[in-house]
Design a protein around this ligand. Structure first.
Ligand code: FE2
Length: 389
């Protein structure tokens, strides 16, 4: 029996005969669509373990049509608890960054969802659970409305989320409510790319790297690249060299930070990937990654060719979002980037609204998670546990 057949059999065993698995591109690449599951139902431990195995094997797993089951954001947060401890999103606090005991959650009228609901009343309203502290509504609605002038925004830089924390995010989840429907841009796409402002990336980058960074999708897709497959494609001697490299992780330029290996090893599968920042010349607001023993310039010259390698088309996958999709990705074996976007819209058909929940730490196949208070206090800011009832 092939590995694919074994997986299909496990899916049938744990989720019934209607469950099936489909490649998002081709069988040898990351990404699978899992059909026939109803994520409103609690997962049994063996079911949660199977979903974690699928994520470990395929980096991105997507579950279509969950809206047809009445899935809300509370269900998504419960699901997230199996993959890691959900973290509260900074944007849900009015004063994030002050000492934790002084942090205050935003009042209802200041939450993003109040602004989203006000954009096109009667046409788009946030679904239940969108206001939990762990939920970040990725959207282009909070400044939008029928009388507004459309505004385009460039894509962001390639990254993994919150890689600078001591325990970085393991997993992120999108639940899609609205995906842009119009294709009015020249070329038949949703948008044209307005391009980054000068200085977004370091001016030293090679033309090949610049081109790879700029090749972003134009229909609101999230672009991903597979850093496990990219690592596996390197020569054994290059792999051995990179496994010796330590990266200094830090949040701000003047932080001392701490060292972590450039190469991450998945503790469940042994698969190696590039997880620590390999993008030395990141967006302006983020501290550059530094290779231990090298200056910023030397680090950039060391890391840029690696970034160019990882961003090659054979490792890339641009995920098309569809309303009702729950899409889960591993932050340890992918990079991703937010695409060029209409950030202010006047037509609800241009709406892009997805609820993101991210989590960290080890998976837990049983709920509630067994995280100790001490672990939560050290790794979740501010300390948070999902209400699971
Ligand atoms: Fe991100």
């Amino acid at each position: 029996m092939t590995a694919a057949q074994q997986l299909q059999e496990r899916l049938h065993q744990h989720f019934g005969s209607k469950a099936s698995i489909e490649s998002l591109t081709t069988e040898d690449r990351m990404g699978r669509r899992i059909h026939g599951l109803d994520l409103t139902k609690s997962l049994q431990p063996a079911q949660a373990a199977l979903l974690q195995d699928l994520l470990d094997d395929f980096q991105i797993i997507s579950f279509p049509s969950q809206d047809s089951h009445g899935l809300n954001v509370h269900h998504v947060e419960r699901l997230a608890n199996h993959f890691g401890a959900p973290i509260p999103h900074p944007s849900n606090f009015s004063n994030y960054g002050v000492p934790v005991h002084e942090m205050a959650a935003k009042t209802a009228e200041h939450q993003a969802i109040a602004k989203i609901d006000a954009a096109f009343p009667g046409a788009i309203a946030c679904i239940e659970g969108a206001d939990t502290l762990a939920t970040y509504p990725v959207n282009n609605l909070s400044e939008s409305g029928p009388d507004k002038e459309e505004v385009l925004a460039a894509g962001q830089h390639w990254h993994t989320d919150i890689e600078f924390e001591k325990v970085p995010l393991s997993t992120s989840i999108f639940y899609v409510q609205c995906a842009p429907q119009t294709r009015n841009a020249p070329g038949g796409t949703w948008v044209t790319d307005p391009g980054h402002e000068p200085g977004f990336y370091h001016p030293d980058s090679s033309p090949g790297l610049e081109a790879a960074r700029m090749a972003l999708p134009l229909n609101g897709e999230t672009a991903y690249t597979d850093t496990a497959r990219a690592f596996a494609a390197l020569s054994p001697s290059r792999q051995a060299e990179l496994e010796q490299v330590q990266i200094r992780r830090r949040f701000r330029k003047d932080d001392d930070g701490w060292l972590v290996p450039l190469v991450y090893v998945n503790p469940r599968t042994g698969v190696k990937s590039l997880h620590s920042p390999i993008w030395a010349s990141r967006g302006k607001r983020v501290a550059p990654a530094q290779v231990e023993g090298m200056t910023d310039d030397e680090s950039r010259h060391f890391l840029d060719p690696l970034e160019e390698h990882v961003l090659q088309p054979q490792f890339r996958y641009d995920h098309v979002h569809r309303p009702g999709d729950v899409t889960i990705w591993s932050n340890f074996s992918t990079l991703h980037v937010a695409p060029p976007n209409k950030k202010v819209i006047n037509d609800p058909a241009d709406a892009r609204l997805m609820y993101r929940i991210s989590c960290k730490g080890a998976p837990s196949y049983e709920l509630p998670r067994p995280d100790t208070d001490e672990w939560i206090e050290h790794n979740i800011t501010p300390p948070y546990r999902s209400p699971l009832t």
